[in-house]
Design a protein around this ligand. Structure first.
Ligand SMILES: Nc1nc2c(ncn2[C@@H]2O[C@H](COP(=O)(O)OP(=O)(O)OP(=O)(O)O)[C@@H](O)[C@H]2O)c(=O)[nH]1
Ligand SMILES: [Mg+2]
Length: 196
C-alpha cells in the first residue's frame, strides 16, 4: 500500500531545540555548532503500527514578530496536519512563548488541532529546570495533547513525539472518515424516504 503523507510543523521559540530534535530524527546525531545555512531534509519515511507514512516536517519559529505580516499569517494557516510544540525545560520564557504561539495558531486555524507538547533538553539537572511540571501538564491537558520530555543531546525519547503526532493524526483521520461514512449512509436513507 502507498505510504500516507502526514504534514507536521515543529514550532517553538528561538533556541527551544527545534533544529536539534529534527536533526536527531533524520541523522541520529547531535551537533552543537551546526551550520545554520545547512537545511535538513524535509521528508522521512516511518512505519507506525504496521502502516507506512511519509512525514513532511517543517520546523519554524512561526515568525511571531509581526502577526499582521501576510507571510506570517500564511504560515499560521498552512495546511498542516499536526504540530510538535517545543519549549526547553530550562527556559520559562520559551514556555510562555510557546503558549502564545499556540494561542495564535488556534485563533487562525481553530481549536482541536492535533498537537504534541515537547519539553526539550530533559537531560539537564533538576537545578536547571525552570518550568513547573504541573503547569506543563495543565497546558497539555487543555489542548488534549500528549506531553513528552526529550533530549536531542543524549538521544532520549526523540522518536516518540513524532510517533505520537502521527498516531493522533491517524486517529483524527479515522474519526473524520467514520463521520463522513455515517453522514453518507444517513443521507442515503433520507433519500430513500423521500423517494418512498
Ligand atoms: N543541553 C542540551 N542542549 C540542547 C539540546 N538540544 C538543543 N540544544 C542546544 O540548544 C541550542 C538551540 O538548539 P536548536 O536546535 O538550534 O534550537 P532552534 O529552536 O532551532 O533555535 P533557532 O534556530 O536559533 O531559533 C543549541 O545550542 C543546541 O546545541 C539538548 O537536548 N540538550
Ligand atoms: Mg533553528
Amino acid at each position: 500500500m502507498e505510504p500516507e503523507l502526514v504534514k507536521v510543523m515543529v514550532i517553538g521559540a528561538s533556541g527551544s531545540g527545534r533544529r536539534c530534535l529534527v536533526r536527531r530524527l533524520h541523522h541520529d546525531d547531535f551537533i552543537e555548532d551546526y551550520d545554520p545555512f545547512q537545511l535538513e531534509p524535509g521528508r522521512r519515511a516511518m512505519t507506525i503500527d504496521g502502516k507506512n507514512y511519509i512525514l513532511e516536517i517543517e520546523e519554524t519559529y512561526l515568525l511571531s514578530v509581526d502577526e499582521n505580516d501576510v507571510g506570517v499569517q500564511r504560515r499560521y494557516s498552512a495546511p498542516v496536519d499536526g504540530y510538535l510544540c517545543l519549549f526547553s525545560i530550562n527556559s520559562l520564557s520559551s514556555f510562555v512563548e510557546l503558549k502564545r504561539l499556540v494561542s495564535l495558531l488556534e485563533q487562525t486555524r481553530g481549536r482541536g488541532l492535533p498537537m504534541v507538547i515537547v519539553g526539550t533538553m530533559c537531560e539537564l539537572p533538576l537545578t536547571e529546570r525552570n518550568v513547573e511540571d504541573q503547569e506543563v501538564q495543565e497546558f497539555a491537558l487543555s489542548l488534549h495533547a500528549t506531553y513528552f520530555e526529550v533530549s536531542a543531546k543524549h538521544n532520549i525519547n526523540c522518536f516518540e513525539p513524532f510517533q505520537g503526532i502521527v498516531k493522533l493524526i491517524e486517529k483524527e483521520r479515522k474519526m473524520k472518515d467514520r463521520a463522513e461514512q455515517d453522514g453518507n449512509s444517513e443521507g442515503g436513507s433520507n433519500k430513500k424516504c423521500v423517494i418512498c
